[in-house]
Design a binder for this molecule. Structure first.
Ligand code: CP
Ligand code: NVA
Length: 302
């Protein structure tokens, strides 16, 4: 089984990830080194702090090991085709985490590989991030009805939020500047799922409107990896999509603030908010480790 998109996951499987996560986090998992003898390959064509380190530490703590393959190591698609790398690595390792630009490369890898492939971020999706964010929200707020307001760029993290919120029944309001909305087909597909789970999905053009009644205000960088040359242009376009003290007050609630990180203080979020009492960004980052351990156990066996 692969983990490419939350959209493809059964609700029961997501709940299984979360219950295993709690067991692991509380130290109640019965087996000591359940992934002993197993190896995870990490193919990363973009930089990473959280995703790389949390997957590597997760493998170590579960008794297995990992191999990091950066851009210069296998030169995916240059030195060798994606499918050949997938086939060969499958003879050595028990799972592959891949971080790349074009989402289709991860799909191609998953089609070729005989071992589970996990999406560690593409330009389209970041499923491991949002799964652990949902876990964090449940940990902080319990199982009650939640509204998440996502403020910023409608790309990978926002897309995974659309799939994730719809799947678990959270309400989601995304606010982006014109031209930076999430892909219409992902919005549509999330709305279809949301009809079954009773969640409300909205895409708006006003951050202040999106945050009304929100339990969680969430943001991400304005210029994602690969868009660095647009940084200055985006600073002008995204000016009204910054998470500030004023925006948080507008929720009318004791809102929590989340950010997938890395953060650019003073751009998408103010220093006061990210370092302030409403921010749970460090617990959020920590949970990447616990949730991914559960994912590894379920996908790699043990
Ligand atoms: N949030 C996240 O995926 O961080 P990294 O890019 O550092 O892995
Ligand atoms: N949208 C960001 C997320 C980083 C975790 C990026 O793609 O760079």
């Amino acid at each position: 089984m692969n983990l490419i998109s939350i959209h493809e996951l059964e609700r029961d499987f997501i709940e299984e990830i979360f219950s295993k996560t709690s067991l692991l986090k509380e130290g109640g998992f019965p087996k000591k080194e359940p992934l002993s003898g197993k190896t995870l390959a990490l193919i990363f064509e973009k930089p990473s702090t959280r995703t790389r380190v949390s997957f590597e530490v997760a493998m170590f703590q579960l008794g297995g090991s990992s191999i990091y393959l950066g851009q210069d190591d296998i030169q995916l698609g240059v030195r060798e085709q994606v499918k050949d790398v997938g086939k060969v690595l499958s003879r050595y390792v028990d799972g592959i985490v891949m971080r790349t630009f074009a989402h289709e490369r991860i799909v191609e890898m998953a089609e070729a590989a005989d071992v589970p492939v996990i999406n560690g971020l593409s330009d389209k999706l970041h499923p491991c991030q949002v799964l652990s964010d949902i876990y964090t929200i449940r940990e902080k707020a319990g199982m009650r009805k939640i509204k998440v307001a996502f403020i910023g760029d409608g790309n990978n993290v926002a897309h995974s939020w659309l799939y994730g919120a719809a799947k678990v029944g959270f309400d989601l309001a995304i606010a982006t500047p014109p031209g930076y909305e999430p892909l219409p087909e992902i919005v549509q597909s999330a709305i279809e799922t949301a009809k079954k789970t009773g969640s409300k999905i909205e895409v708006l053009g006003d951050a202040f409107e999106a945050v009304v009644d929100a339990d969680i205000v969430y943001t991400d960088v304005w210029a994602s990896m690969g868009k660095e040359e647009e940084k200055e242009k985006r600073k002008e376009i995204f000016g009204n999509f910054r998470v500030t003290e004023k925006l948080i007050k507008k929720t009318g609630k004791d809102t929590l603030v989340m950010h997938c990180l890395p953060a650019h203080r003073g751009e998408e979020i103010t220093e006061g908010v990210i370092d302030g009492p409403a921010s749970v960004v460090l617990d959020q980052a920590e949970n990447r480790l616990h949730v991914q351990k559960a994912i590894l156990l379920l996908l790699l066996g043990g």
